[in-house]
Design a protein around this ligand. Structure first.
Ligand code: FES
Length: 88
């Protein structure tokens, strides 16, 4: 069986990085991971309040001071069709 390198399958590296990113903690106070927030957004969460209710992110002692901007950025990216810069 031939070995598969990242050069042979560029999508594989992107998917691998997406999995790694999904495990990164966004809400440090409540240990809520990026993947959990992404699932909430995919399920229809359209605001920080929606994400808060669905995941408990942004409900910790810092009151979303640390995770709020990152969640807002994820919501903005989800709203911008086809690009990640939000311009346009
Ligand atoms: S990091 Fe999310 S509430 Fe503090």
């Amino acid at each position: 069986m031939p070995a598969v390198s990242a050069d042979d399958t560029p999508d594989l590296e992107a998917r691998r990085q997406a999995v790694i990113d999904s495990y990164r903690v966004v809400c440090i106070c409540n240990k809520i991971r990026r993947g959990t927030i992404q699932k909430a957004i995919a399920a229809g969460a359209a605001s920080l309040g929606d994400v808060r209710r669905l995941t408990r992110a942004a409900t910790g002692p810092c009151k979303a001071e640390r995770c709020g901007p990152r969640i807002a950025e994820m919501l903005a990216l989800a709203r911008s069709p086809g690009c990640g810069d939000g311009a346009g």
